[in-house]
Design a protein around this ligand. Structure first.
Ligand code: ATP
Ligand code: MG
Length: 661
């Protein structure tokens, strides 16, 4: 294989650096650990933890997780690429997330401030209350024959029954599979059938933008051909009447009625599966990723503490839906294992108006806020009017995940939401990795748009096609060169695809190298820049150019709100750069502006990144998790088959993409 990554150079060097205020650094969990250990610098600490990753994760496993029985071996790598962590021990995530807090001085502490979408519909749930509810549901699940290893699908809005169901499953060793409630019946059916679920937990409906919408009818449609499902449990959320199938369907309140509020938590092997989660499906058919109790608990809790810097007295809010990995690790398990207080918000960011999130931050005094670039750009598009109405001074830490946080979006987020002082933890990671992999810590001087460095305990590198680590200033494939506790364990019933997708690429040269599927570069200071998916990276005149970098350059034009960039095949150059642009509100679409945007990109990145074609669009297709679907945009623009787009959050946006050839 011949390497061509030498040409994947960094086009633009970011020169802005933001230092976190000293009090935030000194208050941070990671800094305190570093000082206690006697490390002089952040670099020295990051390096030691990754070089000595087995020793490091051993300490983290003892710090963050209680074991029913101590493990005897930290890592078993005898069956690569299936790694086992904390062998010989006994553990259960539910014990760590709920039971132990319910029996400590934290018992009356709030686990979740539930905020429903209808204004004023809110309630607080303490750890003790959560414990009782989890136990009742766990007993009820057992009463209908749910056993260790059985799969339970949830198809729920962001209401308290979502974490309760996940924890009840964990408690008895059942495996949960969350399906995002925005999916259609088709998306639900394929996941229910792939997982061969025994039980589905859903709701009659949910609130979205002020309206109660039905949910249960989707389940009935989806289960027409799902012989594995024996019970459907229906939470009454909106009170609309829904059809109930006799013998199969039961209301949640009736299901748990009379059940004991005590239930034994099963001590499990650390490798016993906690959940199967299907990826967002940005690059194609979603994959059923398996995660295990022991290692996952360690990774989720440790990063919630070190990266998000959640403390005991914080009010923490991650806006992700529980149905994505971010929701699993950072709405449910990470914060609960730490015994933190979190917001659980049911609705959309713009109901009743664009100030809803900021009003929640003000009202609850949220101090750590974790969201996504797609949301930041949406708020940027409509200006600061709503932000200015609220007091957001409680915010100490901001964080972002899902897509590259464009430097302009970083600046806006920091200034308007972070009171110009909060650092932004731009966290790169995946469903597969289970927890953050490359990210700043509170102490890290930040460059806007960079995810900074691989985290302590992670052995993350950038390889060329021949498995050489690329020098600073160049780019290539993101890899993990050593295992980590919260890594995926397998693909549900698809061993071939598991090996092919992640492990085959470098197996001959360096067996055990995990291929993440994204590209990144490191600048001369060693800062990491995510370039996008391997398949999305543009090849122009012998250069590999990051779609993310071109999009960020376009977004830095004062009139641009959002940009999606694709490559159009070109006989001379290999690929021509084509940009689809969403303008900020109130900006008039003018031909001359197209040229202006291309010129702006050239000024920022150089002539090789010049977009040959610019189109104004009202919207771009996105996944339900808010990621731009470049694959679909490209197919539509080039007049090819876009495939099934029903799983998109806005399938109608596909028609707004013009055919360009
Ligand atoms: P599929 O694997 O089915 O295509 P997906 O990759 O979109 O779906 P997720 O696991 O939810 O599903 O998303 C992980 C991906 O999101 C990463 O591989 C990366 O491409 C992108 N991503 C996540 N965080 C960041 C970040 N901070 N900066 C840039 N990209 C990010
Ligand atoms: Mg992926």
């Amino acid at each position: 294989m011949k390497s061509d990554t030498a040409k994947t150079a960094v086009l633009q060097e970011e020169t802005r650096i933001f230092n976190t205020p000293q009090w935030i650094i000194e208050h941070s969990n990671s800094y305190q650990w570093m000082k206690n250990k006697g490390f002089k610098t952040e670099n020295e600490m990051r390096k030691w933890c990754s070089d000595n990753y087995i020793e490091f994760w051993d300490e983290m496993a003892r710090t963050f997780v209680d074991w029913f029985k101590p493990y005897t071996q930290i890592l078993d790598d005898s069956e690569k690429p299936h790694y086992k962590w904390f062998t010989g021990g006994k553990v259960n995530v539910a014990y760590n997330a709920v039971d132990r807090h319910a029996h400590s001085e934290k018992r009356n502490k709030v686990a979740y401030y539930f905020v429903g979408e209808p204004v004023g519909d809110a309630k607080a749930i303490t750890y003790y209350q959560l414990y009782r509810e989890v136990n009742r549901l766990a007993n009820a699940l057992k009463s209908v024959g749910v056993e260790k290893g059985d799969r339970v699908v949830t198809y729920l809005p962001m209401i308290p029954e979502q974490p309760i169901t996940m924890l009840a499953c964990a408690k008895i060793g059942a495996i949960h599979t969350l399906v995002f409630s925005g999916f259609s019946s088709g998306g639900l059916a394929s996941r229910v059938n792939d997982a061969e679920a025994k039980v589905v937990v859903t709701a009659d409906g949910f609130y979205r933008r002020g309206k109660p919408l039905p949910l249960k009818p989707n389940v009935d449609e989806a289960l027409k051909n799902s012989p594995s499902v024996k019970k459907v449990i229906v939470v009454k959320r909106t009170g609309v009447s829904v059809p109930m199938t006799e013998g199969r369907d039961v209301y949640y309140d009736d299901f748990v009625a009379g059940q004991s509020t005590k239930c034994e938590t099963v001590p499990l092997d650390p490798e016993d599966r906690l959940f199967i989660l299907y990826t967002s499906g940005t690059t194609g058919k979603p994959k059923g990723i398996e995660h295990a109790h022991g290692g996952y608990a360690v990774g989720a809790a440790q990063t919630t503490s070190w990266v998000l810097d959640v403390h005991d007295d914080d009010v923490y809010w991650c806006t992700a839906d529980a149905g994505w990995i971010t929701g699993h690790s950072y709405v449910i398990y990470g914060p609960l294992i730490l015994g933190a207080s979190s917001i659980l918000y049911e609705g959309s960011p713009d109901f009743p108006d664009l100030g809803r999130w900021w009003s929640i931050i003000e009202e609850y005094g949220v101090s750590v806020f974790y969201s996504a670039p797609t949301a930041v750009r949406m708020f940027m598009k409509s200006g600061e009017e709503f932000v200015k109405k609220y007091d957001l001074s409680s915010i100490r830490i901001l964080a972002s995940v899902g897509e590259p946080l464009n430097p302009e979006a970083y600046m806006w987020f920091r200034k308007n939401i972070g009171s110009d002082q909060a650092p932004i933890m731009d966290t790169w990671w995946q469903t597969e990795t289970g927890c953050h992999v490359v990210a700043p810590l509170a102490m890290t001087p930040e460059k806007p748009g960079s995810v900074c460095f691989p985290l302590p305990g992670m052995n993350t590198d950038i390889y060329d096609e021949d498995a050489n680590s690329v020098p600073l200033g160049y780019g290539g494939n993101i890899v993990q060169t050593a295992p980590w506790p919260s890594m995926l364990r397998a693909f549900f019933r698809d061993e071939i695809r598991y090996k092919k997708e992640y492990w085959d690429m470098y197996w001959q040269v360096k067996p055990g190298t995990y291929l993440a599927g994204d590209k990144a570069t490191r600048d001369k200071d060693g800062y990491w820049w995510i370039q996008g998916r391997i398949d999305d990276v543009l090849k122009v005149a012998g250069h590999r150019i990051s779609n993310a970098e071109v999009e960020s350059a376009a977004v830095s034009h004062p009139k641009v709100a959002e940009a999606a960039v694709i490559g159009e095949p070109d006989e001379v150059k290999g690929e021509k750069i084509v940009a689809f642009i969403i303008l900020k509100e109130g900006v008039v679409e003018e031909e001359s502006l197209k040229k202006d945007i291309s010129t702006h990109v050239r000024k920022v990145l150089g002539p090789v990144a010049y977009p040959d074609k610019v189109y104004f669009v009202k919207d771009v297709p996105k996944t339900r998790s808010g990621k731009i679907m470049r694959r679909v945009i490209k197919a539509k623009a080039l007049g090819k088959d876009t495939g099934d787009v029903s799983a998109l959050s806005n399938p109608e946006a596909v028609s707004s993409i013009p055919q360009i050839n």
